[in-house]
Design a binder for this molecule. Structure first.
Ligand code: DO4
Ligand code: MG
Length: 290
């Protein structure tokens, strides 16, 4: 089952729909509608009964898809794949041992990634910071969690990262990771029923520049060094999420060190069973507010 949050071109009210082939079945509207459905305790049953009563069908090209969250905080796990550990060790010689330690330690790296206002949906621009010279997308499976931290679905996340800022000093991580337009999510939430144990989902990253492919890479969630439930349990330690949360699970694909995103690039992330998330890239002006 695939849920999406959208608006009509003529009306900005957020709405929720369920995908039926290439058509959308409207199942309600309002600023918290998506959360009401996701947190209902029986997502599949709720969606099925709402969809049964709906008579309307919308063409996908007649709607504007919004990021699939309401008031959820977005958190992220880091250094959960060996490729991420190695890339970080290379970018930050002086802090290399910390990345090796966190890759092996019982406590994972978990960090606050974004408020909903910093998140963009499909086809909206993700941003490169105005003061960054080396930025990459991070394609990650995102876990959609209810207020009691039950896994209710999956979506695709792009954890945009300024590698030069992070590499200069790991204490700069919040600046390398959290800024306007730093995260893309979507296009849909695949509810957990068909994906109860997404043990080996293929994740693919493609970056296009002026229509040509300049980077492609692939990994699988099977290469993660941690279990999803382990990350969720650590996230819930001494923390409450009254609006639910989205948890990005870390990247297993990092482009080579001589690669940086530039203004006008197109980032495409594909995850088996979830979909395709595409975003153009915009370089903010140096010294830019937003
Ligand atoms: O340690 C820095 C961040 C790591 C990260 O975002 C990732 O591995 O995906
Ligand atoms: Mg990441």
């Amino acid at each position: 089952m695939r849920l999406l949050k959208y608006a009509l071109e003529s009306d900005p009210t957020p709405r929720v729909g369920c995908l039926d082939g290439d058509r959308v079945i409207p199942i309600g509207s309002g600023p918290s509608r998506l959360s009401e459905i996701l947190h209902s305790g029986n997502v599949a049953g709720t969606v099925q009964s709402l969809a049964r009563d709906a008579t309307e069908r919308l063409a996908l090209d007649s709607i504007r898809i919004l990021p699939p969250l309401d008031r959820q905080e977005v958190w992220a796990a880091g250094v959960t794949y060996e490729r991420s550990k190695v890339a970080r060790e290379e970018e930050s010689e002086r802090a290399a041992s910390f990345y090796d330690l966190v890759y092996r330690a019982p406590r994972p790296e978990l960090f606050f990634k974004a408020t909903p206002s910093r998140v963009v949906g499909p086809n909206q621009p993700v941003r490169i910071r105005g003061d960054a010279r080396w930025s990459v997308p991070e394609p990650e499976l995102a876990l959609v969690l209810s207020p009691n931290l039950k896994l209710v679905g999956h979506t695709i996340g792009n954890d945009m990262s300024a590698r030069d800022i992070e590499g200069e000093n790991p204490l700069y991580l919040p600046q390398a990771k959290v800024y306007e337009g730093c995260c893309a999510l979507g296009p849909v939430i695949a509810t957990s029923d068909p994906l109860a144990d997404p043990g080996g989902l293929a994740i693919r990253l493609e970056i296009e520049r002026r229509g040509a492919l300049v980077f492609e890479g692939e990994t699988s969630t099977a290469r993660m060094a941690r279990r999803f439930q382990e990350l969720i349990d650590w996230l819930g330690r001494d923390n409450l999420f009254p609006d639910g949360a989205i948890l990005l699970t870390g990247t297993g694909i990092v482009p080579p060190d001589d690669f940086t995103l530039v203004d006008g690039d197109l980032v495409r992330i594909k995850i088996d069973g979830v979909g395709v998330l595409e975003n153009p890239v915009v370089q903010a002006a140096a010294g830019s507010g937003a």
